[in-house]
Design a binder for this molecule. Sequence first.
Ligand code: FMN
Length: 169
Amino acid sequence: MTMHIPTPKTPAPTPKEWRAAMGYFPSGVTIVTTWDKDQPVGSTVSAFCSVSLEPPLLLICLDHANPIRPAVEACGVFGVNILNDQSSALALHFAASPDADRFEGNPYHAEDDGAPQLDCAPVFIDCVVEHALVAGDHLVVVGRGVRIEHASAHPPLLYHKGGFLKLVS
Ligand SMILES: Cc1cc2nc3c(=O)[nH]c(=O)nc-3n(C[C@H](O)[C@H](O)[C@H](O)COP(=O)(O)O)c2cc1C
């Protein structure tokens, strides 16, 4: 069978147009954690979503330039710390400060063979890497959830058009 691939009639979106369009779609905010040898490492990640219920799968997208990307691949486990609306400063901290300083003053713990779990995270999901797929300038990592902790108090932190929002009901 031959597939007909239509020729695009308009120029491809520029990175600026793409960012603006994608930024309209609101998301939550997470801090993805893993181990680099024995050291905890973490990065703010909004490219996160559920993939499958049975088995429990989720995905995250990591920029190839993000130092946590090789650490996740090497370690084979990672944690998703979903943030609440009190944690916008923490989200910026885990995106901008030097890697070595990110856990300073931010207590965490971990189960055997698990990833670092931030004490302040209302939802934490321990994952093992199931698949990794290079997609353009990012790596799509599919993780199988092996443990969940859920202690929700505040509503989730939201990210939209490059800024943080709170959920108002
Ligand atoms: C709100 C927010 C969302 C982000 N989402 C992602 C993401 O989905 N994937 C990613 O690789 N980086 C994302 N980043 C950027 C990384 O957190 C950041 O580049 C990473 O921690 C490495 O920091 P460095 O560039 O200072 O080394 C996001 C940053 C912010 C502030």
